[in-house]
Design a protein around this ligand. Structure first.
Ligand SMILES: Cc1cc2nc3c(=O)[nH]c(=O)nc-3n(C[C@H](O)[C@H](O)[C@H](O)COP(=O)(O)OP(=O)(O)OC[C@H]3O[C@@H](n4cnc5c(N)ncnc54)[C@H](O)[C@@H]3O)c2cc1C
Length: 324
């Protein structure tokens, strides 16, 4: 195996997300050398972590214009690096920001981009990506006809990185003179910050509620159980549509893809569009009044019962246990 892969990492205060580390493992599977482009203030912690996962060189791109979630300065830095150095695969984890960066880079480099990937592999000397299609009911294989190949992975899809031979990465400052328009953008209000604040992407425990909640007043039951377990609240789409809880907490095909250690689905039927967002959770517990609900077909533990009775009792038992 030869070639160089570049993993794009946008760290927040030194914290590199699990999905971005997962990109490193994907890159290792298809290229001999894996390097990273790190956006944000230089962070020794992030560089060390990337080295432990097998990254040999970290390109540090830090400038005031990169401290805000805006695509254009990132595009200019990435294009400049790709024009100067020969990377044949670029891996990114999707977000609204990354979608803009990948699309602009593909146009300006005349490169191919594939979205929503779950995995990458080499087959007969060619790069092959796997993605789900038709509302996640069909697995599709995709390829690239030109280089560099831009590979955008579905957010929340990738798990922890399998151990690699730890490296001490070389760091290189990326010195790019940004165009006036790239450095002129000022962010007045960040709607995406609500998404980051939920903690859904990194939560070990998620207590999720669906239409079976019956009304917004019962969200407090989920919040209480999440509180005692040290988890966060997720919801299904109808709960958002009815205005009971913000979209930033929606799990599923058009919400977040999550993979906590424990997912408790309360009053959620288990429709395919919800399932695709949480099926990779470690242990799934379902609480539902209908014994024929589809969720009982794929959960690990099921309780047939009314969530307004089961959830508070569970919270009270756990609280008593914590105190004992
Ligand atoms: C393109 C597209 C994208 C979509 N994206 C998403 C998405 O991102 N996320 C998502 O969640 N959905 C999504 N959906 C909607 C999805 O198809 C389902 O309609 C939705 O997931 C159902 O939500 P639910 O389980 O809360 O509601 P329901 O299917 O109505 O299920 C409610 C469940 O609550 C149970 N129940 C009722 N009362 C109680 C009680 N007191 N205690 C316990 N259980 C009770 C019922 O038995 C039932 O099983 C999408 C649909 C489409 C077409």
């Amino acid at each position: 195996m030869t070639g160089r892969a570049l993993v794009i990492v946008d760290h927040q205060a030194g914290v590199v997300g699990q999905g971005q580390l997962g990109l490193v493992a994907q890159a290792r599977a298809v290229r001999e050398t894996v390097e990273a482009l790190l956006f944000g203030a230089p962070s020794a912690e992030a560089v060390e972590l990337l080295g432990r996962c097998g990254v040999s060189t970290v390109h540090l791109a830090s400038s005031e214009a990169l401290n805000v979630p805006v695509a254009q300065p990132r595009v200019e830095v990435l294009i400049d690096l790709l024009r100067r150095e020969e990377f044949d695969v670029v891996l990114l984890e999707n977000s609204s920001l990354v979608a803009d960066v990948a699309a602009a880079a593909a146009v300006r480099l005349d490169a191919g981009v594939n979205w929503d990937l779950a995995a990458l592999e080499m087959r007969d000397g060619s790069l092959v990506g796997t993605r789900m299609a038709v509302q996640d009911t069909v697995v599709v294989e995709v390829g690239w006809s030109g280089l560099p190949a831009l590979a955008v992975f579905r957010a929340g899809q990738l798990g922890p990185v399998p151990p690699a031979e730890p490296l001490v990465p070389t760091t290189r400052d990326v010195d790019v003179e940004l165009s006036p328009s790239a450095s002129a953008v000022r962010v007045i209000r960040g709607a995406d910050s609500a998404l980051a604040m939920t903690g859904l992407d990194t939560a070990d425990i998620i207590v999720s509620g669906g239409r079976g909640l019956g009304g917004p007043e019962n969200i407090a039951l989920l919040e209480d159980l999440a509180d005692v377990l040290g988890g966060v609240v997720g919801v299904s789409m109808p709960v958002v549509d009815k205005g009971w809880y913000p979209y930033s907490h929606q799990v599923g095909q058009t919400g977040r893809t999550v993979r906590p250690k424990l997912y408790i689905a309360c009053g959620i039927s288990g429709a395919m569009q919800h399932r695709v967002g949480m099926s990779r959770s470690g242990t799934i517990v379902a609480i539902n009044t209908d014994p024929r609900a589809p969720v009982f077909g794929f959960c690990d533990f099921g309780v047939v019962g009314d969530l307004t009775e089961v959830v508070p009792r569970l919270a009270a038992l756990l609280r008593a246990d914590v105190r004992a």
